[in-house]
Design a binder for this molecule. Sequence first.
Ligand code: ADP
Ligand code: GN1
Ligand code: MG
Length: 373
Amino acid sequence: MARLDEVVAKEVFEAYGFQGEVLEKIPFGSGHINDTYRVTMKEADGRITKYIVQNINTNAFKNPDQLMHNVMSVTDYLRREIAKNGGDPERETLHMLRTKDGGNYTRDHNGDVWRSYIFVDHTICLMKAETPELFYESARTFGRFQRMLRDFPAETLYETIERFHDTENRLANFKKALEEDKMGRAAQCAEQIAFVKEHEADCSVAMNALREGKLPLRVTHNDTKLNNVLMDEKTGEGICVIDLDTVMPGLSINDFGDSIRFGANHCEEDENDMSKVQFDLPLYEIYTKGFLEGTGGSLTEAELEYLPWGAKLMTLECGIRFLTDYLEGDVYFKISRPDQNLDRCRTQFKLVSDMEENWEAMNEIVQGLCKKI
Ligand code: ADP
Ligand code: GN1
Ligand code: MG
């Protein structure tokens, strides 16, 4: 974990040319990968400016130059699209800052990588869908994001994490970790290991559809958790999609699916009491409606047909990733207590089982909503 302590903060602020008095510098958000701070400065002319200062986790993102190339080119593109549509680019996409040398990140004396961008004020960021309306808004915002990037030249983007949503590869990594069992934890998760084995064939469904040319490769976000969208604090309107590190070529059904995984329930991702973990079909329906509205008819028939698969596969894949990390000794996802990754895996697998029970209804909901478009 990289800390923005006094020494590091001085180095980073100097690199970015921040001037004035630091009023506040606090850890912010609850992401599993990067370390994020909010910094509030009082400029020489008395203006108050808020920044996000964020450490890029180079264990997950091996090449910060390529990562920042993606983020910069996507935000530049979005800024133009938003302006064309009469929106406000300062609020509706991230405004990444440049260092005094014109770079898009800086390294501190430890070699840790830091970047900064403008804090979008008067917004909220939710960990749970507090109301169906807010969940619906998040769906419209992620759908719109996808549509705005429809003509973005995908070939100019780097793959910031290789084979990120290649579920077959995630399965292979899990098998390797299980074989090694370097922490001796396999015995504690026999039930979850059996669950993966029962679902091996599922791991190929989207990858097969991609290989067969049924599903198109698009520019997608790939990490569409509810807490990666900012909503207006007064109106609840979806404003800005954030956390753009995984924007790269991918499948639209995965962007849909990852939001369902995280938001169509009422539990914490690491809930320990499985009786509290339940897939919520009405929330699934509401999200689907918003996503279809946001994507505005830009999805193909096959993509629409595979949306429920996106939900099931993102949930299964995420569970497999948590389990793999548990077996490997919690080296990827940040934890704040022992067995947290195993608990995270258990919630995901419970949600997969619930989706299987609701499979017909999930498909009917998509079909019903498509007829209305
Ligand atoms: P992580 O990759 O760790 O999830 P994020 O980029 O999602 O990191 O940032 C972590 C949190 O910081 C977000 O969930 C959100 O609460 C907050 N945040 C990030 N960027 C902004 C921004 N530009 N304006 C306001 N809040 C932000
Ligand atoms: C991570 O960075 P964050 O917390 O938004 C992860 C996602 C997982 C998610 C599970 C780069 O997202 O893929 O779905 O945790 N991001 C990366 O909550 O691996
Ligand atoms: Mg995030």
